[in-house]
Design a protein around this ligand. Structure first.
Ligand SMILES: [Cu+2]
Length: 122
């Protein structure tokens, strides 16, 4: 009786470690996925300290912006026009190519006040 209880207690931590290991492998796989298309990235926006940096980027029509999450906190990139990334974990990136001129505001839906703008003009 005592032995089987001891065995059950041991299984808890082992299962937790197995789960963590599985998550790590998942992250690695996601990071190795190729970016959508092979458009040239004209600007990179990083996510760290619960902020987009730089908050405003200016590009020309047809250029691509890359958003990279550099911290251990899930963020996303949700544009006012409806375009949005998946949830981005540390090391994940999202790219969007802008063909039209205009100002494209976006935010992280998880963190109020975490927002930025992409300005597209010739
Ligand atoms: Cu966020």
């Amino acid at each position: 009786m005592r032995r089987s209880r001891f065995a059950i207690r041991l299984l808890g931590p082992v299962a937790a470690v197995a789960l963590l290991t599985a998550c790590d492998e998942g992250d690695t796989d996601t990071a190795e996925e190729p970016d959508a298309g092979n458009d040239t990235v004209a600007a990179t926006v990083t996510m760290s300290d619960v902020a987009f940096s730089p908050e405003t980027v200016e590009i020309a029509p047809g250029e691509t912006v890359e958003f990279v999450n550099e911290e251990q906190m899930v963020h996303d990139v949700a544009f006012d026009d409806g375009e949005a990334s998946e949830d981005l974990e540390e090391g994940d990136s999202y790219t969007r190519t802008f063909d039209e001129e205009g100002e494209f505001a976006y935010e992280c839906t998880y963190h109020p006040g975490m927002e930025g703008t992409v300005i597209v003009e010739d």
